[in-house]
Ligand binder design. Structure first.
Ligand code: FE2
Length: 217
């Protein structure tokens, strides 16, 4: 299936570095220990090297002979169904999740201008965090919590089930938090609330703001 105009329009708003077949598992953008003590090296080794790697391997195995054999990852996410969609979306979602976090102090700093945008939309920064954590905690079973730009160019909190990705709803992701148990079980056992409350400490606001800026172009 050729890449559609819709795919190309969305690609302008997202980063496309992982957009070529055969799809590859990129290295983490930081060392395994960098996010400690919030997320341990053991969690990252399992999560990236086993879980994410398995999605990429399965995706490449599923593609030959399908209409998506020469498609970009975005195009597969927008148009495929079933296992193909699930593995493609999980590859994209995990890549985006790794980039949503950082061990760098400066990247973890929220700029006053973006903070103001959040306050305008959610009353206060504390209210935004409370709402995000509440939605992420309330996501039944496996899934993802996101900050996205909606079609009215407004910030919105969204949760998705299993592998679902906001691009399918024409929403542009700004950051994501993985709420599958494999993301936090080693470090927090079944305490998803505690994982969420500490996620802010590793959030890469620089990445979030870059994603936001790309939507404004
Ligand atoms: Fe995950």
């Amino acid at each position: 299936m050729p890449n559609s105009t819709m795919t190309q329009n969305i690609d302008k708003k997202i980063q496309g570095q992982i957009d070529q077949q055969p799809f590859k598992l990129s290295d983490l953008p930081y060392g395994y220990e960098v996010l400690e003590p919030i997320i341990s090296a053991e969690t990252l080794k399992f999560h990236h090297d086993k879980h994410h790697a398995a999605y990429v391997k399965k995706l490449n195995e599923l593609l030959p002979g399908t209409e998506f054999e020469n498609s970009s990852l975005t195009n597969i996410i927008l148009n495929a169904e079933g296992s193909l969609f699930n593995n493609a979306a999980q590859h994209w979602n995990h890549d985006f999740y790794w980039k949503s976090m950082s061990g760098n102090k400066e990247e973890r700093m929220l700029s006053p201008s973006f903070k103001k945008l959040i306050e305008d939309e959610f009353v206060s920064f504390e209210q935004f965090k409370k709402e995000f954590e509440g939605r992420a905690l309330g996501q039944f079973g496996s899934g993802w919590a996101w900050l996205v730009m909606n079609e009215r160019n407004k910030l919105e909190i969204l949760t998705t089930k299993d592998a679902e990705n906001p691009l399918r709803k024409n929403l542009i992701p700004l950051f994501t938090c993985d709420v599958w148990e494999h993301a936090y079980y080693i470090d927090y056992r079944n305490d998803r609330a505690k994982y969420l409350s500490r996620f802010w400490e590793v959030l890469n606001w620089k990445f979030v703001e870059e994603n936001f800026s790309r939507c404004q172009q």
